[in-house]
Unconditional design. Structure first.
Length: 629
């Protein structure tokens, strides 16, 4: 232990706060919170602490400690959450694939609200439900919403809407509705087939239903049906009747776990083989209305209560409705801080506790059983998948005469259109499965200079990408380590030759390399005169094809993103009076060109660096572009 680290440990305050463990290169290894920084941080380095192997490994790597004192434990909890999201430390407990968990969003503040699938919830004025552990359950909810409540639906990716309702500008009615109206899945506000008031009522009932207030929804619908019948609006009354029956059929399938109107989430935890499974049972109005299953990583040596605490902090952080109670089988050391944080976030009192008796204890026990079963199935599935993938890799090793199993396969591809915004992609498969955290993009910088800036040269672009990838590894950049067991190039003999040149240049020619040509799916291997033609039904070939296609998808996606950014910039650059500073300010303020187009003159004029005259000129130009399109 260095003297400086010993001095830091000696000077630690006996105060609440956040501590950050760093290695000798300044990389953040672990972020934690504590009631007492002094006792908590020192415990990592005590010789008789009975630490897990993971904690001992962490302690060995720590070269520096940074601490941030907070006024109380709640502030420490919030700061820890924010710093973990920012740095993504490798030793912190985290939800598996947490970036993928989707939410449902109801845009209640819109004139005609929509139900949207989103991946990145924002702290806007919409109402969110989730996160959903799988897209399947979420989409079944969307299907039910369309069938019963007949609202507009869609999906958001960033600021762009994909699929679903084609009615983007709700201030301009459409001439004809989409298919959803004709199959009775939407009331078509886009053509004025439903009044604003009645549509707003549909959206509100959907919100109530998703919040678990199914009984209230039935009462409201029955009242509305009666009013419609008395007003001789028989078609609307019939629609409401069908909605009532559909909601009732869902409610009948929901298990009653309490005779009271309890509102809580029950958490169950099961840990085995370095994986934690959390089952979340959702109880609203005394009924079990849903369940979710999540898996967490980096839990070795952690107490069950700590794992549950981390799960609660990660799961309930988003802009979702938090239930009045969160129950588990564990007494949490930081329950008070979590309660204070969630109560402040929700604007009402939230309790985090271990139930002692009655229905709630039985529901927590059910959650524990669900967690154990989900973990058993998860481990069984992964074991089977691992066994299958190991067989594929062994088959590939045999076909390519490799000395070792190709556990880490890297594939490279280039995407370009006439030399514009050219990018390279590197995708990684570990154990036969995509390892997305190791994917990398390369913006082509020098290849066109080499060719005289004329026509793009795929060979030189591939050379540049491979040089940069392996140079970063040789410099010790952990983002490019370890080296691959098999290097795959999307292409034939020419591209393979470039790869071999780069490997020789970097003294890495021992890395096995193969080229996979698209036209006939032939494998080109150094030292073989003839290409290898694996059978079309070969699982080993299918594995390489999947990796190659993933590299192509990854390159294309990034290329489109860069083209889109350039297109936005060039459109705004063509407008007199809109220079680089104003263009960047507009994009920063509105978020996208689409949102600038949808804004009024007054809204544009109110943006930083803008005025009324420029706003009017900008809108005229964008309207002209729209007419040309």
């Amino acid at each position: 232990m260095s003297v400086s680290l010993e001095e830091r440990l000696a000077a630690l305050p006996d105060s609440p706060g956040v501590y950050i463990h760093k290695d000798d290169g300044g990389k953040v290894l672990y972020i934690g919170k504590a009631r007492s920084l002094k006792s908590r941080v020192r415990s990592y380095f005590s010789k008789d602490g009975g630490h897990s192997p993971l904690t001992r490994k962490l302690a060995r790597l720590v070269a520096d400690i940074e601490t941030i004192v907070t006024r109380n434990e709640k502030e420490a909890l919030i700061l820890e959450n924010n710093l973990v999201k920012m740095h993504k430390p490798p030793f912190n407990i985290r939800l598996k694939d947490d970036k993928r968990y989707p939410y449902l969003k109801i845009t209640l503040n819109d004139e005609f609200p929509a139900l949207l699938e989103v991946r990145n919830p924002k702290n806007d004025k919409a109402v969110y439900f989730g996160p959903y552990a799988g897209a399947g359950k979420m989409r079944s909810t969307v299907s039910l919403a369309k069938r019963v409540f007949k609202v507009r639906t869609g999906a958001l990716h960033g600021d762009k809407r994909w699929g679903g309702c084609p009615w983007r500008d709700t201030s301009k009615p459409l001439e004809t509705p989409c298919l959803e109206y004709h199959i009775n899945r939407c009331t078509a506000p886009c053509i004025g087939a439903v009044s604003r008031e009645n549509y707003a009522a549909q959206a509100q009932e959907l919100k109530n239903f998703l919040e678990g207030k199914g009984g209230d929804v039935v009462k409201h619908l029955q009242s509305a049906m009666q009013e419609a019948a008395e007003a001789m609006e028989f078609e609307r009354a019939a629609t409401l009747r069908d909605q009532i029956e559909a909601v009732k059929s869902v409610l009948e399938k929901q298990q009653v776990v309490s005779q009271s109107s309890d509102e809580y989430d029950a958490l169950g935890l099961s840990i085995e083989a370095g994986v934690a499974s959390v089952a979340l049972l959702i109880v609203r109005d005394g009924k079990l209305i849903g369940d979710q299953h999540f898996f967490l990583q980096n839990i070795e040596g952690r107490e069950d209560a700590e794992v549950i605490s981390v799960f609660i902090r990660q799961h309930y952080e988003g802009p979702m409705t938090v239930p009045r109670e969160i129950l588990s089988a564990h007494e949490l050391e930081d329950a008070g801080a979590i309660e204070e944080w969630l109560s402040e976030k929700s604007g009402r009192k939230i309790e985090v506790r271990r139930p002692q008796r009655g229905d709630k204890v039985r529901t927590v026990e059910l959650a524990l059983q669900n967690a154990a079963q989900a973990l058993k199935e998860h481990l069984s599935y992964n074991a089977t998948a691992t066994q299958i993938n190991e067989g594929l890799l062994a088959d590939l090793q045999k076909h390519l005469s490799l000395e070792t199993l190709p556990n880490r396969i890297e594939c490279f591809d280039i995407s370009t259109i006439q030399g514009s915004n050219s990018v390279g992609s590197m995708v990684v498969a570990t154990g036969g499965k995509p390892n997305k955290k190791d994917y990398r993009h390369f913006t082509i910088k020098h290849a066109l200079e080499i060719t005289g800036g004329s026509e793009p040269n795929d060979f030189e672009m591939m050379r540049e990408v491979l040089r940069r990838r392996f140079q970063r590894a040789l410099e010790g950049d952990e983002k490019f380590l370890p080296l691959p067991d098999l290097l795959m190039i999307d292409g034939g003999k020419g591209q393979l030759g470039i790869a071999l040149d780069v490997l020789r240049e970097k003294n890495l020619e021992y890395i096995p390399t193969v080229g996979l040509a698209k036209q006939f799916e032939l494998l080109f291997v150094p030292g073989r005169k003839e290409a290898i033609a694996l059978p079309r039904n070969s699982p080993a070939l299918h594995l390489l094809q999947r990796i190659r296609d993933e590299a192509h998808r990854f390159a294309i996606t990034h290329h489109r993103k860069r083209r889109g950014k350039d297109a936005t910039k060039s459109l705004l650059d063509d407008i007199p009076g809109i220079g680089e500073a104003r263009r960047n300010a507009l994009l920063s303020h509105f978020g996208s060109l689409q949102k600038i187009r949808a804004a009024s003159i007054e809204e544009i004029a109110a943006a930083p660096t803008m005025n009324a005259a420029l706003a009017e000129k900008l809108q005229e130009y964008l309207e002209l572009l729209t007419r040309r399109e």
